[in-house]
Design a binder for this molecule. Sequence first.
Ligand SMILES: [Fe+2]
Length: 239
Amino acid sequence: MQRRKFLYALGTIPIASALGKVENKIKNISNKIRSENKMAKFELPKLPYSYDALEPYIDKMTMEIHYTKHHNGYVTNLNKAVEGTDMEGKTLEQLFATISKAPVAVRNNGGGHWNHSLFWTLMKKGGGGKPAGKLAEAVNSAFGSFDDFKSKFSTAAATRFGSGWAWLVAQNGKLLVTSTPNQDNPLMDIAEVKGTPILGLDVWEHAYYLKYQNKRPEYIENWWNVVNWDKVSELFSKT
Ligand SMILES: [Fe+2]
């Protein structure tokens, strides 16, 4: 009996070693597959115009630094913040819905990435003027007139203490003006006024200081000359 056990044990050594080798091979293959299917990372979107396109209202150097340093920084830091966590692979909108439970780096850099990605598209060379069609009707109905809306939005932008954003949001078919601190936005669960942003203005000093220094109201007044109302209308039509 003892001898049989001994022989059996001898026989299992090569089997165990072969099994170990197969196991390692399977592990290597599955690691390779995992690394090849790595979660898509957040990426800096292409700027839809040249750095000098919004001159003289937004200067070339501000635009270049804003896009290549600030926005790019948010993207890099967001990827670092979600890497290896269960947040990896989620969309920003999914993350914003429960952002109060997320680390502050995800809130700041996720907001920074989303807000700037939208902001670039809301401006264009030869923009400005007034909204038309259904958006114009909705603006008049919510605020009385375009000028009243403009004044309310500009005040929200000018009076946002420190860094932040002014927003025009659609909320259950209504239009509202609001503002958020830092890189927060109205899609986040922590926002005082929630809704779908259709227009946003960055009032961080990095958005205007080189040209306007401390004159934030002048930056705001000039910014109306580059607003891409076609894009705002398009966003409104999807709400
Ligand atoms: Fe910014």
